[in-house]
Write a protein that binds this ligand. Sequence first.
Ligand SMILES: [Zn+2]
Length: 487
Amino acid sequence: MSSRKRLGGIWVGAICSFAAIVSLVPGASIARADGRATDAYLDETRARWEQTARQIWDTPELGLNETRSAAVLIEVLEKEGFQVTRGVGGEATAFAATAGSGAPVVALLAEYDALPGLSQAAGQPKKQPVAEGSPGHGCGHNLLGTAAVAAAIAANRERIAKKLPGTIQLFGTPAEEIGFGKTFMIRAGAFKRTDVVLSWHPDDETRVTNRTRLAATAVNVEFFGRAAHAASSPWLGRSAFDALVLFDHAISLMREHIKPTARMHRVIREGGSAPNIIADHTLGEYWLRDSTGESVNEMLGRLRKAADGAALATETRAKVSLIFSLREPVPNDALNAVLQRELERIGPPRFDDSDQRFAKAMQKELGFEEAGISTKVMPYVQHNGGTASSDIGEVSAAVPLAELNLATRPLGTAAHHWAQTACAAHPLGYKGMGVAAKVLAASAIDVLTEPAIVKAAHDEFMVQTKGKPYVSPLPPDAKPVAPAAAH
Ligand SMILES: [Zn+2]
């Protein structure tokens, strides 16, 4: 199929025009009015959502340990009448909140996990940890989770007020940063009833994303040798450390023979206990990424051979075990067009002079061009967005999914950095969060009021997935365990 897709009786080109879509989609005028009602609610309650985001930011928690963060969001949802199921997919901090009944079923995704070592003072343009070495919201998931919940509540109030048909779901999805929170939720059937999923992520640009996130697989590579005294009887030992070094060298050599789109990175988690003991056990964590899951699988096959080769050469034993595997997102132009339409209607975040001064001070500190923060909505084109992998790739293979980015940090700055932590509790981040909530809420109402959207999204999904049902990458006995806690 070409890049032109059918949406509700019209053809949407690679670049969408808001005016053209709105005038042609049946019922669009009603949806636009409803969208504005959700905007008004989110404007009235803005301070409350900023406090919620700040509360989560103040207690950053790593994947699968987001107890307080999940509790903050669940409390708000329950007060608004959502039915909440906790512990979805065997993950204590995962939840599913539901309001309404019947079709269509539109879901929003909340993330709320932090990253290790990215503690940073709020609104400080220079590196200044709140607590050295502690976690921080360096991917802005405090904003992500809060905007999704705010949007679900805004849309639900509108559903009730206008007696709209359908169901609104809000999935609390933990452990995104360790790659598998949503994958276990899908395996447990959490998305079985869901028609479409809408999501967003903090960024340095404002745009609807399309086909850029990479597929990724992470594995633990272990070597088992034989311990011995390194000085008095080294000939009796077989070094698991040597095996890991040899294996790592093989991977480094492999870098010359992978596609330019591929990425490989690693850390050594266990390298032995002391130089005078021949190590009998070592462990490295290796991540493989590329633009398609097929290519990642091919690289994984080569990694396994390198591990076996290193074990053979050192007379040790190799074991490769999967930590997570997530595919590249399945694009859905029909659903993306809905987000683009609402994003263009609402417009980019309104950053003021003090936001721009803060952004430029941060860029100066980092040695970047002092370009400030983005004030425009990017047009919808193919290959919009960054290359970070996410477990939303798995969701997109199970249910039609669309995602947008909002500028919540200065141009050129990256996620997984103290700069994003600083902006995630600053007006700059809150303004991006506010627009994200409005776009998601209005788009959710569009889905409830325009049956053509679900149909177009589903038809395109069937083409993109060739009608094949979702197959989980998880081995049958896999359990959600954080990598650092796994060994
Ligand atoms: Zn993230």
